[in-house]
Write a protein that binds this ligand. Structure first.
Ligand code: ADP
Length: 403
C-alpha cells in the first residue's frame, strides 16, 4: 500500500495505560489497550472495526484523532505523521475528522440549526456562509422542517442525523462513527446507515465505523478489521472475511449476522423430526482470498436445485438462509435428503465436487457432530462457525485469549 492511497495508517502502534500508583518501570502496572496494531485505511473506504467491549476500539479512535498518544509506533493521518505533533498543528487536522457517537452528544440547549452551526462558529465562518451551509446540511439529512427544534423534541434517528450534519459541517475528509447506531432500533439503524453510505458516495468521505454489531459492517462496509484484546486478529475485504473467516472470534461475530452450520442441538432436533439424511450446504457465490494467507477458497453451493432435480433424491429445505454481502451471496442451507442410501450417497459425492457439504447422517445412523463439521475440510473450512445460539450477548466483555 502506498502512502498516497492510505488516508489513515497505523504502524505497529501500542498504547499502554498506567494504573494509578504504579511506577513506569513496573510492567504489571499497565493495561495494554492497543497491542501492536498496523492498519491502512484507504481514501473512500467504509472501514468497519469490530470487536467486543474492551477490545480497544475506542482507544484506537482516540489515537487516530490524537486525543491519545501512542506508547510506541506511528500514526499517520492525511499524509501527516501525527505521532508527535503539537496541539497547535493538530487543530486544523482534527477539523478534517468528523465524529459521531452512540449518545449523539448534542447540545440540549441549542436548536438543531445551532448544533449544526457550532463547528462553523468555532471555525469563524462568516454568518451568511454559516446559514447557507446549515441549510444545505439540513436538506441533505432531511431535517429542514426541524431546524428550530431542540434535541429533546427529536427521535433517536433524527438526533443522529443532526450529529451527522454537525460532523460534516466543516467538510471533513474522514468521518468516525463510534457505535453510532448502537442505541437505535433496527429500522432507524438502517436509515442512519443508508445516510452514511450517501455521505461516502456523494461527498467521498472516508468512514471509520467502530461497532460491535456485525450487521452494521455487513450492510455498508467494504473493508473490516476484527479487534480482540487490543490486537487486530483478522482484516480484509468484507466479503472475503465473511466468506472465509479464519479466527474463532470472527466466526462468532459472523454467526450473529448470517446463517451458518446449525449447532449441535438443532441438528439433534432435526434428526428427531426428519428421518432422512440431514445435510448442510455452505453457500458462497464466488471464490475468495482468505485474508492474510494468500489461500483461495472456492465458491460453494451454486446450482444446487439443478443437481437435486437430476439426482433422483427428494430434497426438503429445513433451515438456513442466504444473505448478500458486498454484492455476493453468502449463507448456508440445511436439507433433508430422502431416497435409497446409494442414491443419496452418489448425489452427495457429486455435490461435494463443487460445494462444501456437512453430512450429519440420519437419525438411525447419525454422524458425530464434531466429525461431521470437521469433514468439511480441506476444500475449505469457511463458514465452519455454528449458528448464533440465540443467547449470544450482543455486547460482551473481551477477555482476550479465551476465543
Ligand atoms: P472498546 O472501545 O473496544 O470497548 P477501549 O478502547 O475502551 O475498548 O478499552 C480497551 C482497554 O483499555 C480496556 O481494558 C479499558 O479498560 C482500557 N482503557 C481504556 N481507556 C483507558 C484509560 N484512560 N485508562 C486506563 N485504562 C483504559
Amino acid at each position: 500500500m502506498t502512502v498516497e492511497q492510505s488516508i489513515i495508517s497505523l504502524d505497529h502502534v501500542v498504547k499502554d495505560f498506567r494504573r494509578h500508583g504504579t511506577s513506569s518501570s513496573d510492567p504489571a502496572g499497565a493495561t495494554r489497550a492497543v497491542d501492536d496494531v498496523s492498519l491502512d485505511i484507504r481514501r473512500g473506504d467504509i472501514f468497519g472495526i469490530i470487536g467486543y467491549s474492551g477490545a480497544g476500539k475506542s482507544t484506537l479512535v482516540r489515537l487516530i484523532n490524537a486525543l491519545e498518544r501512542p506508547t510506541s509506533g506511528r500514526v499517520t493521518v492525511l499524509g501527516t505523521d501525527i505521532t508527535a505533533l503539537g496541539e497547535a498543528k493538530l487543530r486544523p487536522l482534527r477539523r478534517k475528522i468528523g465524529m459521531i457517537f452512540q449518545q449523539f452528544n448534542l447540545f440540549s440547549t441549542k436548536t438543531v440549526a445551532d448544533n449544526i452551526a457550532y463547528p462553523l462558529q468555532l471555525d469563524h465562518w462568516r454568518k451568511d456562509y454559516q446559514l447557507r451551509r446549515v441549510e444545505r446540511l439540513l436538506d441533505f439529512v432531511g431535517l429542514k422542517e426541524h431546524a428550530g427544534k431542540y434535541p429533546s423534541q427529536l427521535s433517536g434517528g433524527q438526533k443522529q442525523r443532526v450529529g451527522i450534519a454537525r460532523a460534516l459541517a466543516t467538510n471533513p475528509d474522514i468521518l468516525v462513527a463510534d457505535e453510532a447506531t448502537s442505541a437505535l432500533d433496527p429500522q432507524t439503524t438502517a436509515e442512519v446507515l443508508s445516510l452514511l453510505r450517501r455521505v461516502n458516495e456523494e461527498f467521498g468521505v472516508t468512514i471509520v465505523l467502530i461497532t460491535h454489531q456485525m450487521q452494521v459492517v455487513q450492510s455498508i462496509a467494504n473493508r473490516v478489521a476484527v479487534m480482540s484484546a487490543g490486537s487486530i486478529v483478522e482484516s480484509g475485504d468484507v466479503y472475503d472475511v465473511f466468506a472465509a473467516p479464519r479466527e474463532p472470534v470472527t466466526r462468532r461475530f459472523i454467526a450473529t449476522a448470517i446463517s451458518g452450520i446449525p449447532d449441535r442441538s438443532r441438528v439433534e432436533r432435526m434428526h428427531r423430526e426428519w428421518k432422512g439424511r440431514i445435510v448442510t450446504i455452505l453457500i458462497r457465490q464466488r471464490a475468495v482470498h482468505r485474508a492474510g494467507t494468500g489461500e483461495i477458497v472456492a465458491s460453494s453451493g451454486q446450482d444446487i436445485s439443478h443437481l437435486i432435480l437430476d439426482s433422483g433424491v427428494v430434497g426438503q429445505m429445513l433451515y438456513g438462509g442466504i444473505d448478500t454481502v458486498a454484492g455476493s451471496a453468502i449463507g448456508a442451507l440445511t436439507y433433508e435428503f430422502s431416497g435409497d442410501r446409494s442414491t443419496v450417497d452418489s448425489f452427495l459425492a457429486r455435490l461435494r465436487r463443487h460445494s462444501d457439504v456437512v453430512d450429519f447422517g440420519t437419525d438411525d445412523d447419525p454422524v458425530d457432530y464434531e466429525r461431521a463439521v470437521a469433514r468439511v475440510e480441506p476444500r475449505s473450512d469457511a463458514g465452519r462457525y455454528p449458528e448464533s445460539s440465540g443467547d449470544v450477548p450482543t455486547q460482551v466483555e473481551d477477555r482476550g485469549g479465551v476465543q
